[in-house]
Design a protein around this ligand. Structure first.
Ligand code: ADP
Length: 996
């Protein structure tokens, strides 16, 4: 064997190995670019098509391609290849051609991946290896014994150095035929978008495959010289330059048009360059190689877009644009860029282009046509496409049962999704899927614990729901009932299944006509809306149509995706009945109390009227009587009369307080004057019993306080009265002090101290109860009703204070009361001593009587009064004071007489007007007089002592009022004040109450 032959043998065998390595490149690239569920299938096809390729090519493919040509159309010798030469060079060539055939077959496997049945693919490989590739190869590459072209295309001058068309386009057009019959992968062109990108399983592996392919290409192109000659280096450099320029073209395109760089496109751009240069790598210069590669990139991108967007042809790895279109371009480029010396018999580039174009066309028509017919035929006998479900689960499992860890993890997950919670994912700490499986199992365990907690709670919640007596109902936002507990079944008379799914209006009809009108179904029930967050009384409706009052409380809960409402409904019929009866009872009690008050008022009026006469005339009698015995008797009458009036006043007071009809005044009063008045009054009583009355001040007291002076007087007079009453020897003291001066609740505190009989401990507990006295003999000995302390206690509390007593039998008692002073801002505090108040008290008494005498004597008075006894009594009293008295029997006459006197120029100085009279009462007469322009003083005389009666008098136009029985001194005081020349006749509410 010559040296040259040896070298060539080594070179071509090396190149054969490199081309074989391209199988590995295709395997990595195609399985890396397809989805992982199909990757094993793609890889297996790459291996198995090599088995088929080798066998078929050895058996008859090589013979058809390189055997002795029959008319340039078909090889007819060298079937079941055998080499008898010594040097075995034919075997070297055979091996090289053998791996080319395998490459042509493998190209198709990527395009048809992910949906072609494995068996059908084997037949496709058979078709390519048995006729598509060897026959076109014969037409282009067959040589006769002299080395001249023997195939009809070769004879025409068709040039395709390493097989841009013969190998690559044949594989690609065959794939196109199969792809068209197969149709796109499920979901590839459905949906809103035109094309649905599917993820690649392993891009780094695809990248490795791409680099291996490129490496193999050095052998593919470099070995096509079949000799290690001077052409080889430039062939390899051309191959590299075209590869990089194709890749750069795609990269540039991606950089310009899209944000993200598609790795597949860059790979495919480069591969397109490699495919295109394959036809002319032995005959072009380097710049041409770059240009051919670059244009191949453009051709690839354009054809890819055309196939995908225009024709919706789904080529998984882009084999058709890369090998088919770029191969066709590379074949045409031979005519444009190759050294023309290679063109047969000096053909021009144009005629060479025609020849190249013919070759390209024939390649397409033959490869595509023959394989299309062949696969159609195959498809008649067996579907070449896998079933939809197989496609869904992936061909790895469907075709090969090759379960990956990921797949088994997915299967476990699917089982869980379907409710089979028993199985657990396979755990393997050394694979990603195994680690995911471990974590997934942990999540499952945690979820199971959670679920069992939820179930626990559900059971508890259920038992509460079922055992609670109230109706609990859950509804959704549209008012549809979702839950209906036993309580609800019992209350409404519906079974759970009857109510669920119904609108809430089944149970709670919208109440009012108006609401019903405005409310349309689909909105939430208006009664329900009002009850959200608060309790509402509503009208609910049972299954039998009857309604009942119910209390509804609604709470709303926002779940993950929606809002629901929970309503608790209670039947409140019984409560309502009870409320109704209570209400009625209250009304009856109010009516009874009203009747009692009225009765008291009437009784008081009826008793006071005769008492006026009794007491008045007793006074008159006392003045006239001479005999000591008679005077005694008259005094008994007077004492008992006064006692009776006292009882009536107390009962009236207490009943007013109990009925909460006492309205307190809040006026600023002169504290010192108030104490002075009370001291003056009580001094007389103390003097009568020969007791000393001490008035002392423990600390400075405010000059004025805000209180109800009438009530405060009443309390102090009552306590001092008791002290004097129950003390025989010693003294009675009124001690005053200011407390809590510093804060805003300052109070005035009074001690009423006596050295009297004292109160036993048992009696102390009850002295504030009405009609209660310390012991039964008290009334006999001291008189009294047992009402004074009861009234005082209540009044003290109304004035903001408290009453308190300390006492011991035989040594005396101390009653302490406190009252609020109101604000003391700007009020002076004065330290007062006892002497000054006592002298002031005496002065005061004197001053009053002087004042009365001076002002009222010789006044002209009209007494309007229907009762004859009272007419006589009052006339007597007034005349005694030197007044001139006229009488009128009723309001009408009173009015006429008053107006007549006014008109005659001698008006009355004042009118005393009884309020209850026949013909015309005092209220009407007074209003009539005021309306007629009469401005003189009118004093109301009434036996009604209730506060609203007084107010009624004043609002009718009276200037003052006096209650019956007439207290002579009080009446004269009132008259004197009104007749005083100094001031106008201002209305005054000072009632001339009897204090005794
Ligand atoms: P009355 O004095 O009209 O009986 P009170 O309600 O004012 O009614 O008093 C109730 C009773 O408390 C008196 O009957 C008397 O037994 C007792 N009491 C009140 N004040 C004193 C006092 N200063 N000393 C002794 N006993 C008193």
């Amino acid at each position: 064997m010559s040296h040259e032959l040896t070298t060539n043998t080594i070179w071509v065998l090396t190149c054969t190995s490199l081309v074989f390595l391209m199988q590995a490149g295709f395997c990595c690239l195609e399985s890396g670019l397809s989805r992982s569920k199909n990757s094993i299938n793609v890889a297996t096809k790459n291996i198995v098509d090599f088995f088929i390729g080798v066998f078929i090519f050895w058996l008859f493919g090589f013979g058809l391609m390189f055997g002795q040509s029959y008319g340039g159309w078909i090889g007819t010798t060298q079937f079941a290849f055998e080499d008898t030469s010594n040097a075995h060079w034919p075997t070297v060539v055979f091996l090289f051609q053998l791996v080319f055939c395998s490459t042509a077959m493998t190209i198709s496997s990527g395009a048809v991946a992910e949906r072609m049945r494995f068996r059908a693919y084997l037949l496709l490989a058979v078709g390519i290896g048995a006729f598509a590739y060897p026959l076109f190869g014969h037409w282009a590459w067959a040589r006769d014994a002299a080395g001249a072209p023997a195939g009809w295309l070769g004879k025409l001058g068709f040039l395709d150095f390493a097989g841009s068309s013969v190998v690559h386009s044949v594989g690609a057009w065959s794939a196109l035929a199969a792809v068209l019959i197969l149709g796109p992968r499920t979901g590839r062109f459905s949906g809103n978008k035109n094309k649905q990108p599917f993820s690649s399983s392993n891009l780094p592996m695809a990248a490795l495959g791409f680099l291996i392919l490129w490496f193999g290409w050095f052998g593919f192109n470099g070995g096509s010289t079949l000799a290690l000659n001077g052409e080889v280096p430039s062939i390899i450099l051309n191959t590299i330059l075209a590869g990089i320029s194709g890749g750069m073209c795609a990269l540039l395109w991606e950089l310009i048009v899209s944000k993200q760089i598609s790795v597949e496109k860059v790979f495919n751009g480069s591969l397109a360059g490699l495919v295109a240069i394959t036809a002319s790598c032995n005959a072009v210069n380097y710049p041409s190689a770059i240009l051919i590669g670059f244009i191949a990139g453009i051709v690839m991108l354009t054809s890819l877009s055309l196939l995908e967007n225009r024709f919706k042809i789904d080529d998984v790895v882009g084999a058709i644009p890369v090998h088919g279109f770029a191969g066709a371009w590379g074949t045409l480029a031979v005519a444009l860029f190759a050294d023309t010396s290679l063109f047969q018999s000096g053909a021009s580039r144009a005629s060479q282009l025609g020849t190249q174009a013919l070759g390209v066309g024939v390649c397409f028509v033959w490869s595509f046509g023959s394989i299309w017919l062949f696969m159609k035929l195959v498809n008649c006998f067996m579907s070449i496409r896998v079933t939809a479900s197989d496609e869904k689960i992936g061909l790895n499992v469907a075709e090969h049962g090759a379960s990956t860890e990921l797949h088994s993890l997915l299967e476990t997950m699917i089982a869980h999704e379907k409710g089979n919670n028993q199985s657990r994912a396979d755990v393997d700490n050394f694979t990603e899927a195994g680690i995911v499986g471990y974590q997934y199992n942990r999540v499952l365990d945690a979820q199971e614990i959670l679920l069992s907690n939820v179930k626990d709670r559900e059971v508890r919640y259920r038992s509460i729901m079922d055992n609670v007596m109230d109706a609990i109902i859950t509804i959704d936002l549209e008012g549809k009932i979702e839950e209906f507990n036993r309580g609800a079944e019992y209350l409404f008379g519906y079974h759970n299944h009857e109510a669920i799914g119904q609108g809430i209006d089944l149970l709670i009809p919208p109440l009012h006509q108006k609401i019903q009108h405005e409310y349309s179904s689909g909105e939430l029930n208006p009664q329900l809306v009002r009850a959200i967050g608060s309790r509402q009384e509503i009208v609910a409706q049972r299954n039998d149509g009857s309604t009942f009052p119910a209390e509804l409380a609604v709470s709303s809960v926002i779940l993950a995706d929606r809002e629901i409402f929970t309503g608790i409904i209670q039947d409140i019929s019984e409560r309502k009945d009870y409320e109704r009866s209570l209400n009625e009872a209250r009304k009856r009690a109010e009516a009874a109390s009203e009747a009692k008050s009225e009765f008291l008022a009437n009784m008081s009026h009826e008793i006071r009227t005769p008492m006026t006469a009794i007491l008045g005339f007793t006074d008159i009698l006392l003045n006239n009587l001479k005999k000591q015995e008679d005077i005694e008797s008259a005094n008994i009458v007077k004492r008992n009369g006064e006692y009776l009036i006292g009882v009536i006043n107390d009962i009236l007071d207490l009943s007013k307080i109990e009925a909460r009809k006492v309205e307190l005044e809040q006026v600023r009063v002169n504290t010192i004057e108030l104490i002075r008045d009370i001291a003056a009054l009580m001094q007389i009583k103390a003097d009568l019993k020969g007791l000393k009355l001490v008035v002392s001040f423990e600390n400075p007291i405010p000059e004025t306080i805000v209180t109800d002076p009438t009530r405060l007087r009443q309390i102090l007079i009552n306590l001092l009265g008791n002290a004097i009453k129950f003390t025989e020897n010693g003294y009675v003291e009124l001690r005053t002090r200011t407390i809590n001066l510093q804060d805003e609740f300052s109070q005035l505190q009074f001690d009423v101290i006596d050295t009297g009989i004292g109160i036993s401990e048992t009696a102390l507990a009850q002295i504030y109860h009405p009609f209660t006295q310390a012991d039964n003999s008290t009334t006999r000995k001291y008189g009294g009703t047992g009402l004074g302390l009861a009234i005082s206690k209540r009044l003290v509390e109304m004035l903001g204070g408290r009453i308190h007593v300390t006492s011991s039998i035989g040594s005396g008692s101390t009653f302490t009361i406190s009252v609020n002073t109101g604000t003391l801002e700007g009020v002076r505090l004065r330290q007062i001593d006892e002497i000054s108040i006592k002298s002031a008290a005496t002065e005061c008494n004197q001053e009053i009587s002087d004042n009365i005498n001076n002002t009222i004597s010789s006044s002209r008075v009209l007494v309007v009064e229907d009762g004859l006894d009272n007419q006589r009594l009052i006339s007597f009293l007034l005349k005694k004071e030197g007044m001139h008295v006229d009488l009128a029997d009723n309001g009408q006459l009173g009015y006429e007489k008053t107006m007549a006197a006014l008109e005659s120029g001698e008006p009355y100085d004042f009118v005393l007007m009884d309020m209850q009279m026949p013909v015309m009462d005092g209220y009407t007469a007074t209003s009539k007089l005021r309306k007629a322009g009469y401005t003189g003083p009118i004093i109301a005389l009434t036996a009604h002592a209730m506060k609203n009666d007084m107010d009624k008098c004043l609002s009718a136009g009276c200037n003052a009022y006096a209650t019956k029985p007439v207290d002579k001194r009080k009446l004269l005081e009132t008259i004197a004040r009104l007749s005083a020349p100094a001031g106008p006749a201002e209305p005054t509410s000072e009632a001339a109450n009897s204090d005794s």
